[in-house]
Design a protein around this ligand. Structure first.
Ligand code: SAH
Ligand code: DHB
Ligand code: MG
Length: 221
């Protein structure tokens, strides 16, 4: 099997730009060993989330979709002392793996994992008038991208960043012959953004070990 060009380029970049962090590497190994899917963000993308969170001075971060907490560790490492990541995950089994990975990375006291369907937990955060978040990373079931984004806006302060993973899916998003529930969910979000006055947004297409995809980056006005 030949290695795609973009995977070799990613390896080249990771070697130079992504600091070695054994706990992060081990979190991916433990996630794979638990039989969970290999859909964590790529290291260069984790690094991007980390840099963006630091750039907006985030002290409160919300993540939707934890899996084995690889992206969560990147986000937790961006926090100052006293900061917090609230991360939402539907699977108790995945959350157990995530907790062990966060423990090993030494960030478990910065992270609050909440288990259940994300919509209900987001509605509860809104009802409780939770302190506003500075950074939101949406990376769960793609069908619900629009409701997650709507909740994220409500839960964020002006100037906050909302990042949404997997909005391109090998170009399927722009291919009308593709009509799966996840693609339709992403389109609903992107269509809404055209006339959405509360955020300014763009998408960067990403390519690397996770194939061709994209991340939406939105700033709350
Ligand atoms: N952010 C992680 C990857 C998340 S994969 C990383 O980059 O390391 C998507 C996760 O969303 C999976 O763990 C899946 O169980 C979770 N998920 C799917 N549907 C969900 C829902 N309705 N509510 C909360 N989490 C959900
Ligand atoms: C899938 C989900 C992800 O969050 C991702 O980054 C890649 C793939 C998926 O459900 O297939
Ligand atoms: Mg993803």
């Amino acid at each position: 099997m030949t290695i795609p060009l973009w995977s070799s380029v990613e390896a080249y970049l990771v070697e130079r730009l992504v600091p070695d962090d054994p706990a992060m590497f081990e979190s991916l190994a433990a996630t794979q060993a638990a039989g969970m899917p290999s859909i964590s963000v790529a290291p260069t993308e984790g690094r991007l989330l980390h840099l963006l969170a630091r750039t907006c001075g985030a002290t409160r971060i919300l993540e939707i979709g934890t899996l084995g907490a690889y992206s969560t560790i990147w986000l937790a490492r961006a926090l100052p002392r006293g900061g917090e990541v609230v991360t939402l995950e539907i699977s108790e089994a995945y959350a157990a793996v995530a907790r062990a990975n966060l423990e090993r990375a030494g960030v478990s006291d910065l992270v609050d994992i909440r288990v259940g369907p994300a919509i209900g937990m987001l509605e509860r955060l809104i009802a409780e008038r939770a302190k506003a978040f500075d950074f939101v990373f949406i990376d769960a079931d793609k069908e619900n991208s629009l409701p997650y984004f709507e909740c994220a806006i409500e839960l964020s302060r002006p100037g906050a960043l909302i990042v949404v993973d997997n909005v391109v899916r090998e170009g399927k998003v722009a291919d009308e012959s593709k009509q799966s529930a996840d693609i339709l969910g992403i389109r609903r979000l992107l269509d809404r953004l055209a006339g959405e006055p509360r955020v300014d947004a763009t998408v960067i297409q990403t390519v690397g070990s996770k194939g061709h995809d994209g991340m939406l980056i939105a700033r709350v006005r």
